[in-house]
Design a protein around this ligand. Structure first.
Ligand code: ADP
Length: 605
């Protein structure tokens, strides 16, 4: 049937390399009005439906099958040997001329300007033209009665007035088949009476079948149009929602062709344009790492990775010329078809420039304020030291010592804040024996431990060399030991163990303190995180120590983990790579030798 659109079958289930038409090379065509949503295009676009043609053309096309058929009949009568005298060539020419004339009339009359049923005149007059052809050739050619089927089918199929169409078709075909007998051209024998009777009956059946088929197809078409209208309406709503959001959204198919790009993403796309351009495709955009200076190679750009099937989240990209950039956090989610093959991607662009500005302002503010605190505090500590030395009155000296202790604690807090705000986690690793470093941290904490009534024990090998930044690793050990003491109640214990495990040096700080719930554990390394209990108990702290500790450990290409159970205790384990070959533990018996005290002391929390 004319106008049926074909559903393209998926060709191959595997990922398809993005072609030159991909989003990497060209932008999707700009939408008219709101974002163009899939389904807005005409189904089977490009094909012309019979129903969409002008009425005049449809009338001509409906007449053509009969025209061609009578021409074939005429041709057969010319070439086939027939009994001379049996064919009434005059009647034949009349019929042929009639059909051709009606075809010309169908093409000439402006049917669109006349009432719809006016074109029925053509199939009705066709019966008049068929009658002489049938009466002349019915003895020499079989199936001449089939000529009536064309106008009958046309009248019934048109669906304007189905019953009238079928009735007129039956009457017309009856008139054609009875014509020779009514005009006495033939004597109606008993044997022949069935012939002119049966043809109109067959035509009735044909007309009814055509009418039912036509009506059922009309109903299907109406339902399809209704569903399409609904889909279009839904797509328009979706497009309006997508355009209203300030998050950029890009959807591509599995070949990387842009299916959808919302208004926010079109605006963001402009930010990355090289100078003097406004339509550069994805691969030509100015895209840099979060430092705003390092260009991102084309194959590592988020959209490139996304159209190649990768899913990821929170990839930070600086877009635009240096000095005038916007920062985007980009996430991509690959879509899969029912066979699990890559079927396109959804890429979401979150503009986080304001957020980053706010974070940087906060860091700048903290750095300035803490810096301003540090100078007077250092001076206070210095003068308190002098005052304690000179003070003869023991009671006053005790007060001053308390002031000094608190001033020093305050300086510690200020230093931590300053360090975190500066974001300086630079590491200069060198071959370092971790044992004296950790021993010093433990020794320094012994007074505090005794004060808190907590047993502090160190289990250290004789030496353990790692590639470490001395100052940073001291901070790591200090912080873990100080936390363990801070969060362990009197009567508890803290055990610090240093050991070699494979090619790493491992520092473990285990306590029998308050421990943490699984929810608290998840957040423990976040900036400024302090557990609910610790905040309520007003245990002093900034919530920055562990965040800094982790960044120092990671700066050594190591990692820190924690196991903990509320009310039982916690075990923090930090590891960093050992120094080069032979730089590991130098203890009698070696790493694989007899168990060291450190191994014995290992336990879960
Ligand atoms: P601070 O100790 O200054 O609060 P940290 O970053 O060092 O900051 O620790 C963050 C939070 O993690 C603490 O407030 C506390 O709730 C929890 N925490 C850290 N170490 C321990 C520990 N050994 N036992 C129980 N909770 C701990």
């Amino acid at each position: 049937m004319p106008g049926r659109s074909q559903v393209p079958l998926p060709d191959g289930a595997g990922p398809v390399a993005p072609g030159p038409e991909s989003i990497l090379d060209r932008l999707p065509d700009p939408p008219q009005g709101p974002t163009a949503a899939p389904g807005d295009s005409v189904p089977g676009g490009g094909e012309v439906y019979f129903g969409a043609l002008s009425l005049r053309l449809r009338v001509v096309l409906s007449q053509l099958p009969l025209t061609l058929s009578v021409m074939v009949v005429a041709l057969f009568l010319l070439v086939l040997p027939t009994e001379v005298g049996r064919i009434d060539s005059h009647a034949l020419s009349l019929g042929l001329g009639g059909v051709l004339g009606l075809t010309a009339l169908a093409a000439a009359v402006p049917w669109d300007r006349l009432p719809t049923v006016a074109y029925w005149s053509i199939p009705l007059l066709d019966f008049v033209a068929i009658a002489p052809i049938w009466s002349s050739a019915r003895h020499d050619l079989d199936g001449m009665s089939m000529l009536c089927a064309f106008p009958v089918f046309w009248l019934a199929w048109s669906g304007v007035y189905p019953c009238a169409g079928i009735g007129l078709g039956v009457l017309g075909s009856a008139a054609v088949t009875w014509w020779p007998y009514l005009t006495n051209l033939d004597q109606l024998t008993t044997g022949e009476v069935f012939r002119p009777t049966l043809v109109p009956l067959f035509m009735l059946a044909l007309g009814v079948a055509a009418s039912i088929l036509s009506r059922s197809m009309d109903r299907q078409r109406d339902e399809l149009e209704e569903s399409l209208a609904e889909i279009r309406q839904q797509n328009r709503r979706l497009a309006a929602v997508l355009d209203a959001t300030d998050v950029g959204i890009l959807v591509t198919d599995r070949r990387g062709r842009g299916l959808l790009m919302n208004a926010a993403q079109r605006r963001q796309h402009l930010i990355g344009q090289p100078p003097g351009r406004h339509d550069a495709p994805e691969r030509d955009l100015l895209a840099f790492e979060a430092d705003g200076r390092t260009p991102i190679p084309v194959t590592e750009r988020p959209v490139y990775r996304a159209v190649h099937g990768e899913s990821f989240s929170g990839r930070l990209v600086a877009l635009g010329p240096v000095g005038n950039q916007q920062f985007l956090s980009i996430s991509a989610q690959a879509m899969r078809d029912e066979r699990g093959a890559f079927d396109g991607t959804v890429v979401v662009f979150h503009n986080v420039t304001d957020l980053l500005d706010a974070v940087r302002s906060r860091e700048r503010f903290m750095a300035n304020v803490t810096h301003e605190f540090r100078t007077p505090l250092t001076s206070i500590i210095g003068f308190l030291d002098l005052a304690i030395e000179d003070e003869q009155d023991a009671r006053l000296a005790g007060y001053l010592a308390t002031c000094l202790r608190n001033a020093e604690r305050l300086l510690d807090l200020v230093n931590t804040l300053l360090e975190s705000a500066s974001g300086d986690t630079s590491i200069t690793p060198e071959d370092t024996d971790l044992v004296p470093l950790v021993a010093h941290s433990v020794d320094s904490a012994q007074v505090r431990a005794a004060h808190a009534g907590v047993a502090l024990e160190a289990r250290l090998p004789e030496s353990l060399h790692a590639r470490a930044d001395r100052a940073r690793m001291s901070q790591v050990a200090d912080n873990l030991v100080s936390n363990a003491l801070k969060y362990t109640e009197a009567g508890g214990s803290v055990t610090v163990t240093l050991r070699e495990v494979g090619d790493r040096a491992e520092l473990e700080v285990a306590d029998t303190g308050i421990g943490m719930t699984p929810e608290e554990l998840e957040q423990v390394f976040r900036d400024f995180y302090r557990s609910e209990y610790v905040r309520r108990a007003a245990i002093p702290g900034t919530g920055l120590g562990l965040a800094l500790t982790r960044s120092f450990v990671r700066g050594h290409e190591g990692e820190i983990t924690v196991r903990s159970e509320a009310g039982v205790g916690s075990v923090f384990t930090a590891w960093i790579p050992l120094a080069g070959p032979g730089g590991g533990a130098r203890e009698d018996g070696g790493a694989e030798g007899r168990p060291r005290p450190a191994d014995e002391g290992r336990r879960g929390a």
